[in-house]
Design a protein around this ligand. Structure first.
Ligand code: HEC
Length: 109
């Protein structure tokens, strides 16, 4: 049996339905709220960094070399550290944490 080839029209529909979801996902990342991230960090993240790295725990974010070198790396590490907590933070809260950590320590574009 001959496989139906997708028509130009169906390809166009796919492209136009996919594009808005890409920009929406980007919007969510950029919409992370640093102020809310700060309190999520204090409540769920800081004590373990203090235990393991001393001081106020922030030396893990300023050490040289640090493991996070890009905004994507920061998102990945926040997700990994979230998995180590039993807090079960959702992706909005992870976005807030990324915004807070980036604004405070990483300053990625
Ligand atoms: C159970 C302990 C623990 C908890 C809880 C924890 N972390 Fe971490 N975090 C670590 C350790 C250990 C490292 C260093 C990992 C390494 O060197 O591979 C780290 C590293 C990091 C880094 C990377 C620092 C670098 O080198 O650039 C970030 C960012 C981070 N944590 C964010 C968070 C956030 C956000 C939370 C809260 C959701 C959190 N952590 C909760 C233990 C923890």
């Amino acid at each position: 049996m001959k496989q139906p080839t997708p028509s130009i029209a169906s390809i166009l529909i796919m492209v136009t339905t996919l594009l808005p979801s890409f920009s929406a996902a980007q919007g969510v990342l950029l919409a992370g709220d640093a102020e809310s991230g700060a309190s999520i960090y204090k409540d769920n993240c800081m004590s373990c960094h203090v235990d393991q790295f001393g001081g106020d725990g922030s030396s893990v974010m300023t050490r040289d070399p640090r493991i996070v070198n890009s905004i994507e790396g920061l998102m990945g590490q926040v997700a990994r550290c979230n998995a180590m907590t039993s807090a079960g933070l959702d992706s909005d809260q992870e976005d807030d944490l990324v915004a807070y950590l980036n604004e405070t320590w990483y300053h990625f574009e």
